[in-house]
Ligand binder design. Structure first.
Ligand SMILES: Cc1ncc(COP(=O)(O)O)c(C=O)c1O
Length: 426
């Protein structure tokens, strides 16, 4: 018999982005572990082909992380001291760090004045005035999974390069004849533009498979190549892949599979990095990719439920998820508080935390962080990114949740807003 002094059972906590590891993933990893081949090999090759098909790309190269691959691509394109790479201030540090690692200069772009109109993405209108002869790469970020219209950006870049007589003494840049459009699609695998998957529109699109991403291999990433026809996709693939493995002319699998006593022989054509993907990671990725349409549909159902539940709450601005051409990958569900700043944001997060609901903030604008402030980036130059950061909360959205969990988050948010004396409903 229950007594009135017994505590009421608490609902299970809702984590922010726990990975979804199903039995098929465990079986695939076990199969690779038992196979005798665990580093880059047949599983990685298959995953690369599966991804190229999914993303509509000419070729995909997998690597140990987004960061490793983006760095390798900047090196291939000859980015170094004196070069500029245009990227948003409102992003994760990796986007800028890979540029700093090459001794090049990140040119940070604020969010547009009316941020929210195009999700939390930068726009072409902001980019064009910043283009100079030193601009080697433009690196937009699909924040939260909302895709930047890269096909249109590419056409704009071509027009700009033609009218400015863009030249380069680096052979790869000279072949392209304009700055490279390198999409940071860490959040947007599965997003679409005019029905086409992200992966087809930019010159190169880089995905992240980090543990919190929609599709995870624990750590990992993939670069989808969709370069102009003048480039041999297979040759670029081989170059990037060897750059992910010290610049070796043969990887371990190629040596193993070569016949004869000279099978071990290899050359190192340039001092590459070490950021290859293992077959263990690729096995996880292949299972997750096969399941991915279901995972995306699940995310969409949760995001639709958030949209419906939050529609009546005036104090909350919902994320951009769909327009007449684009569809988000719903990686993050970032709400913004319409008229209230950081103290309210933090109090709301605390109130949700007290209900067992984990939330997060994406992203502190880069100049707010010591590494960039120390390099002279000034937070006063990015007021719209600051305004977004001050009012943003990422609500949990993942495969372990169902619509009842979304309802619980919405109810807790509504109650917390009321308790804080903000206008909770219309
Ligand atoms: C926008 C963005 N770019 C790049 C990265 C880096 O990805 P990785 O951890 O795979 O290097 C992340 C990771 O969270 C990210 O959010």
């Amino acid at each position: 018999m229950s007594s009135s002094s017994e505590p009421t059972p608490q609902p299970a906590p809702i984590g922010f982005a726990p990975p979804y590891i199903d039995e098929a993933t465990i079986a695939a990893v076990e199969r690779v572990l038992r196979s005798g081949w665990i580093t880059t090999g047949p599983e990685t090759a298959s995953f690369e082909h599966d991804l190229a098909r999914y993303a509509g790309a000419d070729r995909v190269v997998c690597g140990g992380s987004w960061t490793g691959l983006a760095g390798v691509i900047l090196d291939w394109f000859g980015v170094g001291p004196g070069d500029e790479v245009i990227l948003p201030a409102y992003t994760y540090c990796a986007t800028a760090n890979v540029v700093l690692h090459r001794g090049a200069t990140p040119v940070l772009v604020d969010l547009p004045a009316k941020s929210g109109q195009d999700g939390l993405n930068i726009t072409w209108a902001q980019i064009e005035p910043l283009l100079t002869a030193r601009t080697k790469v433009i690196m937009p970020v699909d924040i939260g999974g909302w895709p930047v219209p890269c096909a249109a950006w590419k056409a704009n870049l071509m027009r700009w390069a033609a009218s400015h007589g863009f030249t380069s003494d680096h052979p790869v840049q000279a072949q392209l004849g304009r700055p490279l459009l390198l999409s940071d699609a860490a959040h947007s695998l599965g997003a679409t533009i005019d029905g086409a998957p992200v992966g087809r529109q930019a010159d190169i699109t880089v995905f992240s498979f980090h543990a919190v991403k929609n599709l995870t291999t624990a750590e990992g990433g993939a670069a989808a190549l969709s370069l102009p026809a003048a480039f041999d996709a297979e040759a670029v693939y081989r170059t990037l892949r060897s750059h992910c493995l010290h610049g070796q002319s043969k990887d371990a699998a190629a040596k193993f599979n070569s016949a004869g006593s000279a099978a071990w022989r290899y050359d190192v054509t340039h001092p590459g990095f070490k950021c290859n993907m293992t077959d263990i990671q690729a096995a996880m990725g292949r299972v997750a990719l096969e399941r991915y349409p279901d995972d995306l549909a699940h995310r969409r159902a949760l995001a639709d439920r958030y949209d419906a539940g939050l529609a009546a709450i005036n104090a909350v601005q919902r994320p951009q998820r769909e327009d007449d051409g684009r569809r988000s990958a719903d990686h993050l569900y970032i709400i913004r508080l319409s008229a209230h700043g950081q103290p309210y944001r933090d109090a709301l997060m605390e109130a949700l935390g007290a209900q067992g609901i984990s939330t997060n903030v994406h992203f502190p604008p880069l100049p707010l962080l010591t590494a960039y402030a120390d390099r002279g980036y000034d937070i006063a130059d990015v007021p719209h990114a600051v305004a977004a950061f001050d009012t943003a909360i990422s609500l949990p959205i993942h495969r372990h949740m169902d619509v009842a969990d979304v309802d619980r988050v919405v109810a807790a948010l509504s109650a917390a807003l009321e308790a804080l004396n903000l206008p909770p409903t219309s």
